[in-house]
Design a protein around this ligand. Sequence first.
Ligand code: ADP
Length: 306
Amino acid sequence: MIKQPAALHIDNLVKRYANNVLALDHISFNVEQGDFFALLGPNGAGKSTTLGIICSLVNKTAGKVEIFGKDIDYEFSKAKKMIGLVPQEFNFNGFEPIEEIIAHQAGYYGIERHSAKERAAYNLNMLGLWEKRRSTPRQLSGGMKRRLMIARALVHDPELLILDEPTAGVDIEIRRSMWELLQKLNADGRTIILTTHYLEEAETLCKNVGIINHGKIIIDAPMRDLLDQLKRETFIFYLSEPAEQAPTLASALCTKIDARTLEITLDHQSQLDHVFHELAALNIGVVSMRNKSNRLEELFINLVNT
Ligand code: ADP
């Protein structure tokens, strides 16, 4: 059986900017078809440079990039048509009706006017913007503008959708609705790559993760494997009744924050339900609990500092 080409194949990619900064130092990774892939890394790591090269907005110094088997050096326009990019910043004309914005974008991809209109209508409907089709971006809420960026990126029906920090600065409600939308697009078979600073986002959405630091890929792994590497996890427990002191637990380390709040740290082998059983046996009722910090973020900090 012939193996399907990867949605994205990057081999020994190098980028040295004119100021001699080596932004990418021979990076290689694949994103398989249908994947939901997170590209993570601290500021200045090389994420935007990588996305820029994939989308042919930045010239590479050396190396190979293929989109569904199409080499961007040799089959540039075929490769480009397979990608929809959602950039970080809004970059549309604030005064143009949004159905025109989308139809114009379709024009860039050589889609004829009448089918461009159809595509625009389809995408605006899918993204809940149909009622707003005659509005201009200036009249849209922040969340609607984000959806407009996605509607525009999808107008030529690309197989690979790339989003650069899709939920930067949006409130939790919009973020969750964006997540639902992206999950649906991925479930429909679209490969998605995103960068994010919200590590909970990567944890919720992504199947695989690449972590880039100082222009090198330091991790390329399934998200689950990465989370399994976490040694400890800390939870905050809110109690139904005040506790005089922190109970001693066999299954976890417990400290008291205040009369109704405990901090409970489990190592990776321990199970949360043992903690609940022990607390119940001690007649300590729990009203609610939360993760003290984002697990992936903790892991990320550990990786970058080692
Ligand atoms: P990230 O997106 O992970 O924050 P970038 O890809 O933007 O990282 O940057 C990687 C490195 O390349 C940084 O050191 C940055 O300063 C440098 N860099 C980015 N763009 C340019 C440019 N146009 N000219 C020179 N250096 C750049």
